[in-house]
Design a protein around this ligand. Structure first.
Ligand SMILES: *[C@@H]1O[C@H](CO)[C@@H](O)[C@H](O)[C@H]1NC(C)=O
Length: 406
């Protein structure tokens, strides 16, 4: 009797912890709730450890992730897998065993807010393995340095140095990669790095080999407006809550994370910020860049007065290497043919959709692949235990696009 009561109480408590009202239309809401409960419990545990001074919350999270998720490089019948370095940056390489003599090539940057995760994780390993096999392509998954130990521009520099090495005659030759068929890609914070690298390298005339394609999966592209319609609509949608994204930005830029409320108030992009010219503002102006269908009923939040010193303290906020959406049209126009994946239930949806529009305005051919039932991160949850349907569908469409275009 007492046991039954205790059981009921425990179950109710668990259900209460897991249950979260989700917007209708999101793919498999119960799976997302469970995933969110798992993430939330890790985050809360790491916050406690952080507050107690045991260790930095990010170190604890990464430790758990590596214990649970990281796997050794092991080959399978179709793909040869090894750990190596590109320009000194640790990289896992996936080489198809059969197929053509000359392979296609993809360099991939994993997500995780520039602070978490690794290309050695099971989910990324499986994704890259599948790409290598399905595309008959050499895939290089780069483990750039992470915050808080390394901050901007370290992540960017690692991604850039690895990409330059990837495009070098020596590496292309060693791995039998066709120099005419190479792509840069990444998801979330990795999509940010891929976009930034594509901009830098496509404007570099000294290179003899350049990327044919850029494929960006729900990329992070700007930190000036935390009130885009997608930030407003999805503020409470797991797994990337609005305040978490603001914190990741501050951490990446090496700024004080106590400035989180300033960013969340859009006080850093108020009209009294002299560093923000109208030209910069126009590049993130979603009232002009988004179609009415996505703007919905949302209103822009622009403060007359804010926290004017912030832009001086964190000038990286308007550095195009950190925020690729701020690039000039001329720079965008030189970047390769693009694929941009966006999800309806993602605070970063409009970062991606605005980039699609800006690339198109600059004359770049873009495939905008939008998932009406997608949530942030869905593509890496395609496999067990989540087996997300939208994750599986989006992953296959992404690989299909590469197959058709690379
Ligand atoms: C934002 O700026 C306004 C005006 O300067 C100020 O009153 C408010 O406290 C600021 N909010 C945050 C969170 O910094």
């Amino acid at each position: 009797m007492r046991l039954g009561l205790a059981g009921t109480v425990l179950l109710s408590a668990a259900a209460y912890y897991v249950y979260l009202p989700l917007p209708s239309g999101v793919s498999e809401p119960w799976k997302l709730m469970l995933l969110d409960a798992l993430f939330r419990s890790f985050m809360q545990a790491s916050d406690v450890a952080h507050a107690l001074g045991v260790c930095h919350r990010i170190h604890l999270l990464n430790h758990v992730v590596s214990l649970v998720e990281e796997i050794e490089a092991h080959s399978c019948p179709a793909v040869h897998v090894t750990d190596t370095t590109l320009a000194g940056v640790p990289t896992r390489v996936f080489q198809p065993k059969g197929g053509k003599q000359l392979k296609r090539g993809v360099i991939y940057f994993h997500g995780g807010g520039w602070a978490l995760c690794s290309g050695r994780m099971r989910s990324y390993d499986l994704l890259c393995r599948k790409m290598a096999e399905d595309l008959d392509s050499v895939v290089m998954s780069v483990d750039y340095r992470l915050a808080p130990d390394a901050v901007f521009p370290a992540q960017y520099h690692d991604a850039l140095a690895a990409s330059r090495a990837f495009l070098s005659a020596e590496v292309l030759d060693r791995y039998s990669i066709d120099p005419e068929r190479v792509c840069v890609s990444g998801d979330s914070a990795g999509g940010n790095l891929a976009a930034a690298v594509a901009q830098e390298l496509s404007s570099d005339d000294s290179l003899t080999v350049n990327f044919k394609l850029q494929a960006l999966i729900y990329p992070v592209l700007q930190a000036l407006d935390f009130y885009t319609p997608s930030y407003q609509q999805n503020r409470d949608v797991p797994i990337l809550y609005r305040p978490i994204m603001a914190r990741y930005w501050l951490q990446y830029l090496g700024a004080d994370t106590s400035l989180e409320p300033v960013l969340l108030a859009n006080n850093h992009s108020s009209l009294d910020q002299l560093a923000l010219s109208s030209s910069i503002r126009s590049k993130v102006d979603w009232t002009a860049l988004l179609p009415a269908k996505r703007r919905k009923h949302f209103r822009p939040v622009v403060r007359e007065t804010g926290s004017p010193r912030v832009m001086g303290e964190i000038p990286q906020l308007i550095d195009v290497r950190a925020a690729p959406l701020l690039a000039e049209q001329g720079v965008l126009g030189r970047t390769p043919k693009a694929y941009v994946m966006t999800c309806e239930f993602d605070v970063l949806r409009d970062d991606g959709l605005m980039y699609v529009r800006r690339l198109q305005d600059a004359g770049v051919t873009v495939t905008s692949d939008h998932y009406e039932d997608g949530f942030h991160g869905c593509m890496v949850f395609a496999y067990l235990p989540m087996m997300s349907k939208v994750g599986w569908r989006s992953m296959n469409n992404y690989i299909h696009w590469l197959d058709q275009n690379l």
